[in-house]
Every structure is written in C-alpha cells, then in structure tokens.
Design a binder for this molecule. Structure first.
Ligand code: SF4
Length: 118
C-alpha cells in the first residue's frame, strides 16, 4: 500500500486528504468534505497542473507590465518553459480583459489571457 497526504486547495476549507493506493491499484481517498476533493487528489497524483499568474512587458503605455493568467491549468512540468515563453512577450495597448496574449501555449490547449484592460 502507498499513502499520500495532500491539502486540497480548491476552497478555503483546505481539507487534509489522505490517499491510499491499495495493492490492487484501487484508490481510497479520505478527509475530503466534498466531491471536488476527490477529483483534486486524483488529478494531483496523476497529472498535476497549475494556474499561472504573471505579467508581460508593455510598450507605448504608462503601465510597464500587464497582468496575465492562464485560462486553465498548465501541466506542472511545463510551468518553467511556459514562463520563459511569456517573458519574451511584449504587448501594446489597446488590450481588453480576457484578450488572448498567447494562444495554446506549448500545445497545452491553454491560452494566456489578459487580466485587465489596457
Ligand atoms: S474537499 Fe471540498 S471542502 Fe475540502 S477543501 Fe476541497 S473543495 Fe473545499
């Protein structure tokens, strides 16, 4: 048997999850107070992703950096590569909140979008 401990970060409750992977490959997940904890634990142990929030350079504007975020979770192992790509981007106004700054970053199916108007 294999045991893992995680804290669910889907809401402020922060449930402590205990995941037991049994010898026949079954999963026993305990400590969650709702179903979202189950899917969080399964995803975190099989294909973890992270929402990325950062900024990109801006030219021809009083604002020097534009806040951006990923439209969905990016696979954890691609976060540093995604950041390197985002750091090469420079944008110019006008930009609206939700505009796509980088489409389908690293073929993940996830867009990097603006978090504000510019
Ligand atoms: S299991 Fe449910 S209640 Fe607990 S932290 Fe996750 S989302 Fe919140």
């Amino acid at each position: 048997m294999e045991k893992h401990n995680l804290i669910c970060i889907n809401c402020p409750m922060g449930c402590r999850l205990e995941i037991t992977i049994t010898e026949n490959g079954g999963w026993l997940i305990e400590g969650n107070q709702c179903k979202r904890g189950l899917s969080y634990a399964q995803k975190e142990l099989t294909a973890p992703t992270r929402t990325l929030t950062t900024t990109v350079k801006v030219k021809n504007s009083l604002l020097r950096r534009l806040p951006v975020k990923s439209s969905d979770g990016i696979p954890k192992e691609k976060i540093f590569e995604a950041m390197a790509l985002i750091n090469q981007v420079t944008v110019e106004p006008p930009i609206s909140i939700g505009d796509i700054i980088i489409e389908n970053i690293l073929d993940t199916g996830v867009n990097i979008i603006s978090s504000r108007d510019l």
